[in-house]
Design a protein around this ligand. Structure first.
Ligand code: MG
Ligand code: MG
Length: 278
C-alpha cells in the first residue's frame, strides 16, 4: 500500500524537507580538503537540532544501528558510508545523504560534491547522476506510472556520451522509496526498467524519494565489514543524488529543494507545484 498524503500533510513534509535542504547546504559549503566526514556529520546534526527536528538516520534500520545523521560516501563508496575520522583529500568525490523528521514527517535527500578540484570524468559522473534524478522527477506527474520514473532515469543515463574511460553503471539492488510517516515505505523505486510491471499509478499525494546511484564502471556493489558502507566491486567511483518529491494536482513538488524544484524542472518544460509554505 502506498501512503497517500493530504495537501496539509504535504505542507508538513515540505517543512521537514527544508530542514534537510538546510543541512545539506551547510555540508556542501563546508566540504574542503582537510575536513573529516565526522565534522560534516556534526554540521548537519547542528542544523537538524537547531530546527527542532530529529535524525531519521541515527537509528536502527532493520536491527542495525547507524551512528550518523549523514551518510558520507567517498569515491568508490556508493552509499551508506559511516561518518568518521576520514580526512577528505583534494580530488575526492563525496556523496552526502541526510534526512530529518519534523512533526512526525520525514525528509531524505543526497548530493554529490567535489573536494577541491576533481577529475573531469568525476564531475561528469556527478552531472549525469543529478541529471538522471531530475529526468525522473519530471515524470512525477498525476496519471503517470512508477515505471515512467524508472524509465526516465535509465534512459537519461543511457543517452549520455560515455566517459573517456569506463562506462555508466546504474547500481543494482538499491533505489528510491516511498516516504512520509516513515523514511522507507512502499513502493521501491528502481533506477532502471526491470520486468513488465508498470508499478502503481502516481496519484496526487504520492511522495517518493528519487535517488539514482551511478558509477564509472560496474553496476555491482558489496557491503564492507562495517555492515554499512556500500562500495563498487571494481573500485570505480560513484555518485548519488536524491530528492523527496510529492505528486500534486499542480505538478511535482520537490520537498527537499529550496525552490521546490522550479528552476531545474523548468529546464525540462515542467512546471513545479507552488510551494505550500511560501
Ligand atoms: Mg537518502
Ligand atoms: Mg532515500
Amino acid at each position: 500500500m502506498v501512503e497517500i498524503k493530504t495537501p496539509e500533510q504535504i505542507a508538513k513534509m515540505r517543512a521537514a524537507g527544508l530542514v534537510v535542504a538546510e543541512a545539506l547546504k551547510a555540508c556542501r559549503e563546508a566540504v574542503a580538503p582537510g575536513i573529516t566526514t565526522q565534522e560534516l556529520n556534526d554540521i548537519a546534526d547542528k542544523v537538524i537540532t537547531d530546527h527542532g527536528a530529529t535524525s531519521n538516520f541515527r537509528a536502527h534500520h532493520g536491527g542495525l544501528w547507524f551512528p550518523g545523521v549523514i551518510c558520507a560516501s567517498v569515491n568508490d563508496e556508493i552509499v551508506h558510508g559511516i561518518p568518521g575520522e576520514r580526512v577528505l583529500q583534494e580530488g575526492d568525490l563525496i556523496s552526502i545523504d541526510c534526512g530529518a523528521i519534523l512533526d512526525g514527517w520525514h525528509g531524505d535527500a543526497a548530493i554529490t560534491v567535489a573536494v577541491g578540484e576533481t577529475a573531469a570524468e568525476h564531475l561528469q559522473l556527478s552531472r549525469v547522476t543529478e541529471g538522471s534524478m531530475w529526468a525522473g522527477i519530471a515524470q512525477m506527474k498525476k496519471g503517470n506510472r512508477l515505471v515512467d520514473v524508472s524509465r526516465a532515469i535509465e534512459s537519461f543515463i543511457r543517452r549520455q556520451p560515455l566517459p573517456p574511460k569506463g562506462k555508466w553503471g546504474i547500481v543494482e539492488g538499491y533505489g528510491g522509496h516511498g516516504i512520509g510517516t516513515a523514511m522507507h515505505m512502499e513502493p521501491h523505486v528502481l533506477n532502471y526498467v526491470a520486468g513488465r510491471g508498470k508499478g502503481p499509478k502516481l496519484i496526487p499525494g504520492t511522495v517518493l524519494a528519487i535517488e539514482p546511484m551511478v558509477t564509472l564502471g560496474t553496476p555491482h556493489s558489496a557491503v564492507l565489514e562495517d555492515d554499512w558502507t556500500v562500495v563498487t566491486t571494481d573500485k570505480s567511483w560513484a555518485s548519488h543524488w536524491e530528492h523527496s518529491v510529492a505528486v500534486t494536482e499542480q505538478g511535482p513538488l520537490v520537498l527537499t529543494a529550496f525552490d521546490g524544484g522550479r528552476a531545474e524542472l523548468a529546464k525540462l518544460g515542467v512546471t513545479a507545484a507552488p510551494d505550500p509554505l511560501a
